[in-house]
Ligand binder design. Structure first.
Ligand SMILES: [Zn+2]
Length: 117
């Protein structure tokens, strides 16, 4: 004779799922460390690395544009560098447009925590 799941078995499964969620959700989305600081989650790390890669790519394009410029000047605007598409001109996390200084050719992200990227 086949028996259906009993109440105890269902409760055990629910408890295991709740424990798994309690462990995994803070790691994915970020949470508090045991000493009370805000921790970055895996998803935040992944988005941060997209911003780092975008800035690296943009810097290479800016250097290439400067190298091909007859006067050796930096492009006056990021839109003049056709290799830099619209999504490469803003932060992958906050969507803020990157800051570009045409005098120095420096590009940076204004998103909090991305200043050093
Ligand atoms: Zn950023």
């Amino acid at each position: 004779m086949r028996r259906a799941f009993g109440l105890i078995e269902i409760l055990v499964v629910v408890v295991v799922l709740v424990l798994l969620a309690a462990v995994l959700v803070p790691r994915l989305t970020g949470g508090k460390t045991p000493d009370g600081k805000k921790a970055k989650g895996v998803i935040t790390y992944a988005k941060d690395s997209v911003c780092v890669q975008n800035l690296r790519s943009d810097r290479q394009c800016i250097e290439a544009a400067q190298a091909s410029d007859p006067d050796g000047g930096y492009p006056a605007d990021l839109s003049q560098v056709r290799e830099i598409s619209g999504e490469l001109r803003k932060c992958a996390v906050g969507g803020e447009p990157y800051r570009y200084d045409p005098a120095t050719g420096r590009i940076s992200c204004p998103h909090p925590g991305h200043e050093g990227f």
